[in-house]
Structures are given as C-alpha cells and as structure tokens.
Design a protein around this ligand. Sequence first.
Ligand SMILES: *Cc1c(COP(=O)(O)O)cnc(C)c1O
Length: 356
Amino acid sequence: MNRVYNFSAGPSMLPVEVLEEAQKDLVDYQGCGMSVCEMSHRSKQYDAINNECLALIRELMNVPENYSIILVQGGGSTQFEAVPLNLLSKGKADYVVTGNFAKKAFKEAKKYGDIHLAGSSEDANFTYIPKELDIRSDIDYLYICQNNTIFGTKYPYLPKTDAPLVADVSSMILSEEIDVSKYGVLFAGAQKNMGPAGLTVVIVRNDLVTDGMPICPTMLKWKTQVENNSLYNTPPCFSIYMTMLNLRHLKKNGGVKAQQQINEYKAGLLYDFIDNSSFYTNKVVKEDRSIMNVPFTTPNADLDAAFIKEASQNGFLSIKGHRLVGGMRASIYNAMPVQGIKDLIEFMKKFEIANK
Ligand SMILES: *Cc1c(COP(=O)(O)O)cnc(C)c1O
C-alpha cells in the first residue's frame, strides 16, 4: 500500500482504519447480504446507522438536549441559503465577512432581507479576524465563518450579541472543543473533518426550528428533517455510514479533546518552522491563525510553482494554495498524521537548501 499525504482543503484524508473497516463490509454489510450503498434507508440496519451517527455527533460535541442535529445534503453552500430562509422572521441579520465562504453566504442572504455587513477583513486580503464589529441590536441572527479555509484564519473569540450566533464550522468541526450552547446554529459539510462529501451536519437550537420564511422550500427547512429524524427523503446513506465509522474511530482515540491536542501540536510544528525560516512566510496575524489550514509562500511565485510540483512528486498532494491567495496551503485536518507534518517540514528544509 502506498498512501500519500493529502493536504487538500477538502475532500480530505480519512484514517486508513476507517477505510479498511468500510472495505471489509462493503459487499456484505454485517451479514445482511448487501452493501450500505444498496440498502433501503427505511431498513432496520440503516436506521441503526443513522441513529448511531446522530448519537456520536451529540456525544463527541457535547450537544445540549435543547439542540437538534440534522443530516442533510447540498454541502455547506446550501446552508448559505437555508440560514436566512429558516431564521429571518424580523427580516434583519448581520454578517461578518472574513473570507470567500462568508462573502458567498452574505451575498445569498441579501436576497431575502435587510442584511448588514457588521465587519470585514477584505482590506487586508482576509489575513485577520476583525475585532471591532458593528452589530445591530434588533437582528434575527449574527453570522460568522469561524475557520476560514482559504485564508487560514480562525476566530480567537466569539462575537458578543444577544441574537443567535450562526457559525459555518465546515473546516473546523470536531477539530477542537467548542461550547455548542454559545451558538444558535452550527453547520458543516462532512468532507473536511468528518467523512466523505455528500453529507452536511446542521445543529440548531430548538427554539430556532420553525417554519421559517413562507418561501422557504420544504427541503431547506430544518424543521422538515428535525421532525423526520433526518429521513424525510433519501439521505446520502453511504456518506453517513462512513462518517459514523469515522466518529467511532475518533471516540475510540479519546474524542475531540485528545484530537485537539494533536491538532495544536501539528499546527505548532508547522507554524514554528515557518516563523523561524527566512524562506517561508505565513501572512496571517498570529492570534488569528487556523490550526486546520496553513497558507504559506516561498520568496516568489516561480519558487512556489516549483515547490508545488516537487511536493507532489514526493507524495505531498494538493498543497497548492487557493487562487485568491496563491502560494501553498497545507490543510491539516484530523486525519493528517503527525508524521505527515514532520515529513513535510523535512521536505521544506531540503527545498529551501536547494533553492536559496
Ligand atoms: C468547504 C467550505 C464550504 C463549502 O462547502 P461545500 O460543501 O463545498 O458546499 C463552506 N464553508 C467553509 C468554511 C468551507 O470550508
């Protein structure tokens, strides 16, 4: 077996043990004579998978009783629309734009109400998280993107507001402990830290599970899935199954707290190396750095291109930065082993010596 280190921002690596577990059961799931891919979502076997996935999310994230968890499709991006359609009752919401995904969410919301920009870091190409926000008092919700995948920033604080806080946590869910009770709504696509693409997890405080705006489509209404245990229509069964296996694996390895320590250690190794180097640079304000996505550059664009090419030839895949930032980006989600970071740093050292 020749596995590579996949530094992609998503879909990303999954633990080999999880892939092997799925492989073992792929053709004949636990003696039922068929694969989870072929199974009715109304079957007893699938019901157990669905319930275990939901229960593991609740347990691992310590989700309070007064919150519902739903499993939906459409990716994080569909929630950019679902959020305003479910939550705008007074018709007003504030958004903080800290990157491309927050900007997209802001743009979608503007179709549905009086949406105000409470803060932005676009003036410095999103290399920091704004600390002074202009939040209105009579809003339905405040929206943030807590970890900015493309730009490598993360909120070092949670904004203060009496309104429900809505957070896109697509690229940080299960990577560190968070206090769910501080939020009204959390959502995340699975393909970064949870499982394969196709599944999106939404966690909603129960008082926010309503009929939403009259124009809210049934399929985007959180209440539809809450009332149907996420089985209103055919769910992405196999993605949910794989996510369930990955959550079991996370639990067995000490849960989110243990994973957070590993993640902080991994990110620390890489940032320390970059900060002590005169060749590599990370432009993000230090206290706002993400522990999941680490953008960096060499002294010039030609060297960046050479780095990406040679990295890929050496088994460090998808390390090219997003076109909005350039350079490189190492996405180091939960499944990236510590050894992957150590090997990357060794490669970076060699590349620097050869190209200085
Ligand atoms: C990847 C990502 C998205 C988009 O997710 P899709 O599932 O591709 O729609 C949204 N927000 C953040 C923070 C992301 O990292």
